[in-house]
Write a protein of this length. Structure first.
Length: 654
């Protein structure tokens, strides 16, 4: 019989269950946004297994914009190519190369190291993981006094030893909450919170308790995962895809330890029997034949069943939210899983912070599932296709793999088509309450529409007298966060609109001038900041405008950046004052306060946002959300355009 000590009751704005990369990322973002949270984890230490090990370009952009990147770059290994060996014929393909991000690669770093970096950063920001606690039950309650909803969660921890049980099942979706050790003592606690984030993995207790189905399938394939040292004549510095005499595909990934991770189909083995190193070695050598592949040591060897599943809902009563593997699982092909979860946390937490601070209606949380659900669905589909190409036992795929030319051409074609999804740079959110199309202006081409990831590009600071800084800066370096809205004002060619006269461009959009633009920047920045600012003490440590951890000042969440363009096809004679840019009103502004930047390289940034940089152009205003997706855009930068942006913010904020 187990013994349960009398429980206590505690309160916290946000409770997070699970301290893997996803839960820790969520806790870190909330802490930086001034939201107290408690993160619990049953395991007493970070798992020593490597698990997920690729950080894709979009995740690296998020780390860069939140001041986390440097530690990952120091410990990780950039990889951008696939080495494909088919019957000993070697081909190299740029499978992870992209042309639209500063991060033209994937960063290979074991999950345990990613988790450790995030854990350390979380502690630096004043929040520690509460280890040894196990979530037992959770439900949404209504306060009988004021009618407000809250989450009530029961947690427990063993007073001696750990909460792990020797007989617990490893089958996906199985949850047992009863102890199996006679006489074991536990302490229990009831935690009341405004929100609960379930980052507790594919076997999520939270998902089970609130009754959300995990829809999908478990594939018939049995896969072996191996880690250790090997000696081979293959080049193993990049991702290596090998298909040998047994027509089985073997994927080999380099680890930072000098070891490799191998994934190989083992469907002919009996997965109910103990897996031996000899059995794995036989399969690996057959896949590598006639090339030498010698297995030297083993640090991890296990069977793995592929699940392709997605939660039927990502939330329960808009109070409990699933993130990471609790919401979606899929094959490791493409290395998407951890990235998908980290981006879930990034999307969810800024919205939650706005709701908790009273800056947005809690309904803003409904956009989390609207946006992240379709992204996960696309990733599962892409990953399924990649896995089938290499591992499926169906006759069609086996025949393709048997034909060298067909296999390589289809493999490369699939990677090329999926490149945007693999890097996760192509993720776009559809129109919703946060992503609003303009009511009267035509919808732009797909690449410029709301919901897209904010594009990057080279800029140069404009100084007094029209001089330009010698230092080039990337637009993404202006989009620091988390929690900040960035308003990009594209002024087209500011040289040609310096006079007091006003007119319209060729499309009838009103043109602004320096004086009018200055007034609007000052007016709306002041209004927005006075109405909507974070008031908590700890905000955005590590960002360019961090406040002291002991400060009581409000934290502005609005930042304006002006971007002017001088198209190469125009000469200085085309402008009213070719001697200098008449924009000294913006030349000495601080970053985010209306500072002016020159669009470099033939107005590349204007082009990437769908703004034509012509003489006497009207420009545009683009709102970048705190997760660096586009929320709103309007052609023109005059008073009417600013009024439209003001209405947008009033529609999403309280």
């Amino acid at each position: 019989m187990t013994t349960v000590e009398h429980h206590k009751v505690s309160e916290i704005p946000v409770l997070i269950s699970g301290a893997g990369p996803v839960g820790t990322m969520a806790a870190l973002m909330l802490t930086r946004l001034g939201v107290p949270c408690r993160i619990i984890e049953r395991d007493m230490i970070v798992s020593p297994l490597s698990k997920a090990f690729s950080l894709h370009a979009r995740t690296l952009e998020i780390f860069d914009q939140t001041g986390l990147l440097d530690q990952f770059l120091v410990q990780g290994h950039p990889i951008s190519h696939f080495d494909v060996y088919f019957n000993n014929v070697h081909s190299v393909f740029p499978g992870l190369v992209n042309s639209i991000s500063h991060f033209n690669y994937a960063l290979f770093l074991e999950q345990r190291k990613t988790t450790a970096i995030l854990n350390d950063e979380l502690e630096k920001n004043g929040t520690k993981i509460d280890r040894g606690w196990e979530l037992m039950d959770t439900k949404v309650m209504v306060d009988g006094m004021d009618g407000k909803e809250y989450v009530e969660t029961t947690i427990r921890r063993a007073l001696d030893g750990t909460n792990k049980r020797a007989t617990e099942s490893t089958v996906l979706g199985t949850v047992e909450l009863e102890a199996d050790e006679a006489g074991k003592k536990y302490e229990t606690e009831v935690v009341r919170s405004q929100y609960l984030i379930a980052a507790d993995g594919g076997k999520s207790v939270v998902r089970h308790k609130i009754g959300i189905p995990f829809v999908g399938q478990t594939l018939e394939n049995t896969v072996i995962l191996y880690e250790g040292l090997v000696e081979t004549d293959f080049r193993l510095s990049d991702i290596t895809v090998i298909n040998g005499s047994n027509n089985k595909t073997m994927n080999v990934f380099p680890l930072s330890t000098g070891q490799v991770r191998v994934m190989i189909d083992a469907s002919e083995l009996d997965s109910t029997q103990a897996l031996t190193l000899e059995a794995f070695t036989k399969l690996a050598q057959a896949a590598a034949y006639p090339t030498r592949f010698e297995v030297k040591t083993q640090t991890w060897l296990t069977y793995y069943k592929i699940n392709e599943r997605q939660a039927a809902s990502y939330s329960h009563k808009n109070r409990i939210f699933l993130a990471g593997d609790a919401a979606h699982v899929h094959s490791p092909a493409g290395g998407q899983g951890m990235n998908l979860g980290l981006q879930d946390a990034h999307n969810l937490t800024w919205k939650m912070a706005l709701a908790i601070h009273g800056l947005a209606d809690p309904k803003i949380m409904e956009t989390y599932e609207q946006e992240r659900g379709p992204v996960a669905k696309a990733v599962i589909k892409m990953s399924s296709g990649m896995f089938a190409m290499g591992f499926s036992n169906k006759l069609t795929y086996r025949a393709i793999r048997k034909a060298v030319t067909a296999f390589i051409s289809l493999f490369v074609g699939f990677i090329a088509v999926s490149a945007g999804t693999v890097s996760m740079l192509a993720n776009r959110y559809e129109a919703n309450s946060l992503n609003q199309t303009h009511k009267s202006q035509p919808i732009p081409k797909e690449a410029y529409q709301v919901g897209q990831r904010a594009h990057d590009g080279p800029l140069r600071r404009v100084l007094s007298g029209g001089k330009k800084s010698e230092t080039e800066i990337r637009l993404h370096h202006l989009l620091y966060g988390p929690g900040n809205f960035h308003i990009l004002v594209f002024t087209s060619d500011l040289l040609s609109v310096t006079s007091a006269s006003k007119g319209k461009d060729a499309n009838g959009t009103p043109i602004t001038n320096e004086h009018e633009l200055k007034e609007n920047v000052q007016k709306y920045l002041s209004q927005w900041r006075s109405k909507w600012s974070y008031g908590a003490a700890k905000h955005l440590e590590g960002s360019k405008d961090a406040t002291s951890s002991t400060s009581t000042k409000t934290k502005p969440i609005f930042h304006i950046h002006l971007i002017a363009a001088l198209p190469e096809r125009l000469s200085a004679a085309d402008f009213e004052d070719p001697s200098k840019i008449q924009a000294d009103a913006f030349a000495n502004k601080a970053i985010g306060e209306g500072a002016l930047y020159q669009d470099e390289k033939a107005a590349l940034v204007h082009a990437r946002y769908g703004v034509t940089p012509v003489k006497a152009g009207a420009g545009a205003i683009v709102v970048v959300r705190p997760d660096t997706h586009l929320g709103y855009r309007v052609l023109g930068a005059g008073p009417a355009a600013w009024q439209d942006v003001d209405q947008y913010f009033h529609s999403i904020l309280c």
